[in-house]
Ligand binder design. Sequence first.
Ligand SMILES: NC(=O)c1ccc[n+]([C@@H]2O[C@H](COP(=O)([O-])OP(=O)(O)OC[C@H]3O[C@@H](n4cnc5c(N)ncnc54)[C@H](OP(=O)(O)O)[C@@H]3O)[C@@H](O)[C@H]2O)c1
Length: 224
Amino acid sequence: MAESVLVVGASRGIGLELVRQYRADGATVVGTARDDAGLARLQALGAHALRIDVTELTSVAGLAWQIDGQAFERVWVNAGVYGPSGLNALQAPGREDFDQVMRTNVLGPMQVVPQLVDALAPQARLGLVTSRMGSIGLRTNGNGWLYRASKAAANSVLRDLAFALEGRAVCAAFHPGWVRTDMGGAGADLSVEQSAAGLRAVLAGLTPADHGHFFDQDGQALAW
Ligand SMILES: NC(=O)c1ccc[n+]([C@@H]2O[C@H](COP(=O)([O-])OP(=O)(O)OC[C@H]3O[C@@H](n4cnc5c(N)ncnc54)[C@H](OP(=O)(O)O)[C@@H]3O)[C@@H](O)[C@H]2O)c1
C-alpha cells in the first residue's frame, strides 16, 4: 500500500521538495501552505493541500478534523522562519521579529503536533526540522542569535515530544544541511533535492533507539 505522508510547511523550499519526492515515489501526501500560490504548487504535485498557518491556533485547530481518519506513516513539521538577518549577540531583537520567529519555530510545533497525534500510524516516523544552529554544544559563534534561540527551544520541544510519543511513534529533530532555499541563500552547500533525499532516507531508517535524538540529513547524530 502507498505510504501516507504529511508535510507541514510545504509551500516552497525543503518542504515542497519533500512533497515532490514522496509523490514521485507514489506516496499519498498531504501538504500545508499559507497562501493560494503555495496551495497550487502542492496540488500541481498531486498532493492534498491544506491551508495552515502554524502561528495561528484557529488555523492549526482545523488540522485535526481535516486529517481525521488518516494514518500517516511519515510526518514532517518543517515550517520555519529565520527572522532578521545579521542579528548578532548584543543586538536586541525587536518585539515583532521576536514574536514572529518564536511563534513560528517554537509555538508552531507545540501547536501542530498535538493536532496530528491521532493521525499517526502505529510506529509512525515524525521529523521536526530544527537546525544545527540551535545546537548549544556545537555552537562556535553567536550570529543569528534569535534564530538560534528559537531552534534550541524547538530542540527542547522535540525532546518533550519524545517522552509524550514513546511507544507510539519514533520522532527526531533534524538539521537539513545548509540548503539553497529562500532561507539558506544561493551560496549554500546543498540543493533541495539532496537535502530532502537525505532527510527522507534518515527518517525512514529511524529505529526506536533513535527516538528523541538529533540528526543531520546524512544521518549523523548531532549534539544538543
Ligand atoms: N535552508 C537552510 O539552509 C536551513 C538550514 C537549517 C534549518 N533549516 C530549516 O528548514 C526548514 C525549511 O527551511 P527552508 O530552507 O525550506 O526555508 P524557506 O524556503 O524559507 O521555506 C520556509 C517554509 O516554512 C513555511 N512557513 C513559514 N512560516 C510559516 C507559518 N507561520 N505557518 C506555516 N508555514 C510557515 C513557509 O511558508 P510560506 O511560503 O507561507 O512563507 C515555507 O513553506 C525551516 O524550519 C528552517 O529553519 C533550513
